[in-house]
Design a protein around this ligand. Structure first.
Ligand code: SAH
Length: 241
């Protein structure tokens, strides 16, 4: 692996559809795969005198779909840290929200805390390890500047939620449900890189409509909102570094 100078901000986005408005808006140029012969792709530019690299998880070679979920999130993040040496990681993406906790489609969240709702190990010591609660510290000023809400984002390997997942999401008082953030948070913590998690609600977990229907209907609007919040974040003087 070639050694590169430090990157100021690494943006990690699972879906190409979520990344495209950011790539277009900031004129990020493709710089090839994050690691040779692996699917994750990198794009780069300088934004307001900051070096910015955006990575997407890329397409699965067998199933030809975007590599969503915690496994690609963790492996891609670790590879990107080793190559780009970021000062700050920002995970950007869509999420489920919770109307029972006041959530609505289109809400932006800058998560304050991350956890996993579908990792359960009822053995002393491993219980908390599996739950994987981590913090994503940042100032109230940054959240206000982005027009974002706070709260906990919980991650799991599934787009749907079983009754047990739902009970844990309620116990955690989750405001967002996604498939990547907590996995990225553990990698960022191990490598001691500060992390921000910016999510936009495409669907409501506790609404009778099927998650995938709401997700597909609201995806485009959410990605545009994420792109404008990302533009503000990249130029912000309130970053946690
Ligand atoms: N079917 C979609 C892709 C999967 S949706 C498509 O064809 O484009 C799952 C992605 O959106 C994941 O990256 C996840 O982080 C996010 N997401 C949105 N709503 C979610 C929810 N309710 N639960 C979990 N992840 C969600």
């Amino acid at each position: 692996m070639t050694h590169s100078p430090a990157t100021d901000i690494l943006l990690q986005v699972a879906l190409r559809a979520e990344a495209q408005p950011i790539i277009d808006g900031e004129a990020l140029r493709p710089i090839g795969p994050v690691v040779a012969h692996c699917p994750a792709q990198a794009f780069a530019n300088s934004v307001a005198n900051r070096s910015v690299v955006l990575i997407t998880h890329g397409s699965d070679p067998l199933h030809k779909c975007d590599r969503i979920g915690p496994i690609a999130a963790a492996t891609t993040c670790a590879a990107a840290i080793a190559r780009f040496h970021p000062r700050l990681i920002v995970n950007i993406g869509t999420c489920g929200g919770f109307q029972s906790r006041g959530g609505a489609i289109g809400d932006l969240h800058l998560a304050q805390r991350l956890a996993f709702h579908d990792q359960r190990v009822p053995i002393a010591g491993f219980r908390e390890f599996a739950r994987g609660e981590t913090d994503a510290p940042h100032s109230d000023a940054l959240r206000a500047e982005l027009g974002a809400l706070g709260g906990l984002c919980s991650t799991g390997g599934s787009l749907d939620a079983t009754p047990q997942d739902r009970a844990i999401l309620d116990e955690l008082e989750a405001r967002c449900k996604d498939m990547e953030a907590a996995a990225i948070a553990l990698v960022a913590r191990d490598w001691q890189v500060p992390l921000l998690v910016l999510k936009c609600v495409t669907d409501l977990v506790d609404n009778p409509e099927a998650v995938q229907d709401a997700f597909l209907r609201n995806l485009r609007h959410a990605t545009m909102q994420l792109a404008s919040a990302t533009a503000a974040l990249l130029r912000s003087n309130n970053l946690p570094w």
